[in-house]
Design a protein around this ligand. Structure first.
Ligand code: BGC
Length: 424
């Protein structure tokens, strides 16, 4: 190495509505955050990065970084504040934002559902209500009809597995349940919602590119020779991501999932969208972090080779282009983010897979769900009090990588060479 080029992979950044927009809304997450103890630092999404009021300067900041692709989310509770009642002002706001992005030469990739749902949707039973999928499709149809002239790339649902497991199995996220059957039922509903949304978007917009963003992890047995550890790793892999990715992209629903009525095996993704952060060690039910390995501020292992390993697997499941729709790290001191970026992008550069897109998580620091404002994922640092934005050195490095379609030796020496990962 130490330089590499990435001529075939377009580079961008990602965000999600609830994590940056701010606003006193009625969503499941605003409700959840109102209960002390649910969010580690006691914050709520009401302020976040106040992006709702700062769209123009934030678009200018994206342009300053040289970003050409931006993944953003829409807040369902803004668009449909009451069942079946859509808010024209909210649609107009997003039209302005999308128009501004396009005028700046930035192609939007829009997420339709990223963890947050309106309070009324939850009151009606959330994803376990019999009408849930139909209710979601009503939103999808409206959004595609209203905004489809400005958007040609869609993520239907973000991280079906993470939503289901954190919300219904571990009880760490709303609605705070701990039930395996309900976790599987939620996964099933979200997968059905994806498949139906994929079809619907293509009916309305035949040329659209549509996928579901999957959170994928490497699961390694703690001791490879231990058959219990090895079997646990296999089972966890299948239950957490294998079954869901197969169902969402090929329509093949393996146990414990059930094939929904009317769904035949086929193609339900135009790209395999992967959110990749870390590797877990497994020795029983559940997962754990290894020790003595490079870690980020949250203790997540940093394992760049896993990105390509998982991309290869997803590409075998459905051979379409791979888009890395999230990859990033919590690093408040910005002391290893440039190295993290460099090593993950170098792994992509060295692979011969069709990895066409890479969106770094996150554009700015944001409201990190249960971590609140405490975990810093941004290429741009955010002072939550003053709302001042400051491009981090890692952000400058990424801008340089974008400008050169790769990392030059000079950039490596300037931003990466001196950085080391903490060891956990
Ligand atoms: C989610 C993001 C989140 C990120 C970092 C992903 O699982 O899609 O919303 O902020 O991880 O924790």
């Amino acid at each position: 190495m130490p330089g590499f080029s990435l001529p075939n992979c377009a580079l961008g950044v990602a965000t999600a509505a609830t994590q940056i927009e701010g606003g006193d809304l009625d969503t499941n997450w605003h409700r959840w955050a109102a209960t002390p103890g649910h969010i580690h630092d006691g914050t709520t999404p009401a302020r976040a990065a106040d992006h709702w009021n700062r769209v123009a300067p934030d678009t200018a900041l994206l342009a300053e970084l040289g970003v050409r692709h931006y993944r953003l989310g829409l807040e369902w509770a803004r668009l449909e504040p009451a069942p079946g009642r859509f808010d024209a002002d909210a649609f107009a706001h997003y039209r302005d934002e999308l128009t501004g992005l396009r005028d700046a030469g930035i192609t939007p990739l829009v997420t339709l559902h990223h963890f947050s749902v309106p309070g009324w949707f939850d009151d009606a039973g959330g994803w376990l209500a019999p009408a849930a999928v139909r209710t979601f499709l009503r939103l999808v149809e409206k959004v595609v009809r209203e905004l489809g002239d400005l958007v040609g790339e869609w993520i239907t649902i973000n991280e079906i597995n993470v939503q289901a497991v954190k919300g219904w199995l571990y009880g760490e996220w709303p609605p705070g349940e701990m039930s395996l059957p309900r976790t599987i039922a939620v996964m099933q509903a979200l997968l059905e919602a994806h498949v139906a949304a994929y079809r619907l978007i293509h009916e309305l917009q035949p040329d659209a590119l549509v996928g579901a963003a999957h959170h994928l992890r490497v699961f390694r047995p703690r001791h490879r020779a231990n058959p219990v550890h090895a079997a646990s790793a296999l089972a966890t892999r299948h239950l957490f991501q294998g079954a869901a990715v197969r169902a969402a992209s090929t329509g093949r629903f393996l146990p414990p999932l059930r094939t929904p009525r009317g769904v035949r095996p086929g193609r339900y993704a135009d790209f395999q969208a992967i959110n990749y952060y870390t590797r877990n060690t497994v020795r029983g039910i559940g997962d754990e972090m290894a020790t003595g390995v490079p870690v980020n501020d949250l203790g997540w292992e940093i394992h760049p080779a896993g990105l390509v390993e998982l991309a290869a697997w997803a590409h075998r499941v459905l051979p379409v282009p791979v888009w890395i729709t999230e990859n990033g790290t919590a690093d408040a001191a910005d002391s290893f983010r440039a190295r993290y970026l460099y090593e993950h992008l170098a792994a992509i550069a060295a692979s011969d897979l069709p990895i066409e897109r890479y969106y770094h998580w996150c554009f700015t620091d944001n409201w990190e769900w249960a971590e609140g404002e405490s975990a810093r994922f941004g290429l741009v640092a955010l002072d939550f009090e003053s709302q001042e934005r400051t491009i981090r050195e890692s952000g400058r490095f990424y801008a340089d990588v974008i400008a050169h379609s790769g990392a030059t030796v000079e950039a490596h020496d300037r931003w990466v060479a001196g950085q080391q990962y903490p060891i956990g």
